[in-house]
Write a protein that binds this ligand. Structure first.
Ligand SMILES: NC(=O)c1ccc[n+]([C@@H]2O[C@H](COP(=O)([O-])OP(=O)(O)OC[C@H]3O[C@@H](n4cnc5c(N)ncnc54)[C@H](O)[C@@H]3O)[C@@H](O)[C@H]2O)c1
Length: 304
């Protein structure tokens, strides 16, 4: 059996932290690192290799784009990140160019590979990657609102003293300011969330989850641990064919955009997308979120 190969393209703050999170999760794998800044990438390689003795990762290498294209899981974390006061969609023009150049350099990708996009704006760039990479859309998805959903579960967990893993609620739609908390479908042991916290409080927590990114960026200039932990968990779901349900940015046949919906994730990528039942205000908010994504996509399409 060959060691699962995980390639990380873009080894800045998020990419390097993702490599470390994969190592600390003890996913037996070979990690392959690529960055346009080869010296910086070598620095990360050397630094990360000091942690090899403490995990089951068998090897870590700096590789070419062509070698990365043959990995089992390809994670793209390259590009400009949000600065204070900046929304994620303001990164579109710069990061579209970065993604295009990476996908061109990769060339033909391993037909069994799963590609995970982290680069923002993640929904638009996941759609873009799906157009350019020679893989079915079920094998190319974005980290989406997995992190936002985790933030919301954590806030609810702290309030009601129930473990996050037992709180089933999802943030869906755009990974951005137009995200939608599907609170009416939220359940704990089959009981609606609203029986634990009133809707005003739930909405307040959903807003806190949505805005957390801005506070982190204003305090330290970037975010990395949350998304890196999410992506390492996704790698585990893929490697062990877990069929876990995670909200990730995936292609919607109905709306022709990529946006987050709860999806069953396993060895072949996205196996099923599940639409939670929504209240009427949530449905309207989701349509608004989709319109925002469609208008960004139209902007991108005119520049293609
Ligand atoms: N989806 C999420 O939840 C989430 C969370 C945090 C950050 N992000 C996004 O992740 C991306 C990276 O953020 P960061 O904080 O690590 O930024 P960073 O500036 O620390 O690192 C970006 C890296 O990309 C590299 N790069 C640029 N062009 C490249 C190319 N053509 N090929 C290979 N590497 C290239 C740079 O050299 C740099 O090392 C940003 O777009 C950011 O918005 C997403």
């Amino acid at each position: 059996m060959h060691a699962t190969k995980i390639a990380i393209i873009g080894t800045g703050t998020v990419g390097a932290t993702t490599a470390y999170a994969c190592m600390m999760r003890n996913i037996t794998a070979e990690l392959m690192l690529v960055d346009i800044n080869e010296v910086g990438c070598r620095g990360e390689l050397l630094d990360l290799s000091d942690a090899l003795s403490f995990c089951t990762t068998s090897n870590i290498k700096q590789v070419s784009y062509k070698q990365a294209a043959q990995a089992d899981i390809i994670i793209i974390a390259a590009g400009k990140s949000q600065k204070e006061g900046q929304a994620r969609d303001e990164l579109l023009a710069a990061n579209q160019k970065v993604l295009k150049s990476i996908i061109t350099e990769l060339g033909t990708v391993n037909p069994q590979a799963i590609v995970i996009i982290i680069t923002n704006p993640v929904d638009i760039l996941t759609w873009y990657a799906q157009q350019l990479i020679n893989l079915p859309v079920s094998q190319v998805f974005g980290s989406g609102t997995m992190l936002d959903s985790q933030r919301l579960r954590n806030l609810i967990s702290q309030k009601i003293k129930v473990a996050e893993q037992s709180i089933h609620t999802y943030i869906i739609g755009e990974h951005g300011d137009m995200q939608v908390a599907a609170l009416s479908a939220g359940r704990i042991a089959g009981v609606p969330l609203e029986q634990f916290l009133n809707i005003k409080e739930l909405n307040r927590l959903a807003k806190e989850a949505r805005q957390k990114v801005y506070e982190i960026i204003s305090c330290k200039g970037c975010t990395c641990y949350g998304v890196a932990s999410c992506v390492a968990a996704l790698c585990e779901d893929i490697i062990f064919d877990q069929n876990r349900i995670v909200p990730v940015s995936c292609y919607s046949n109905q709306y022709k955009v990529c946006m987050s919906m709860p999806a069953v994730i396993g060895a072949s990528g996205i196996k099923q997308i599940i639409s939670p039942p929504l209240s009427s205000p949530e449905q309207s908010a989701l349509l608004e979120s989709i319109e925002t994504l469609q208008s960004s996509l139209n902007k991108l399409k005119t520049e293609l």
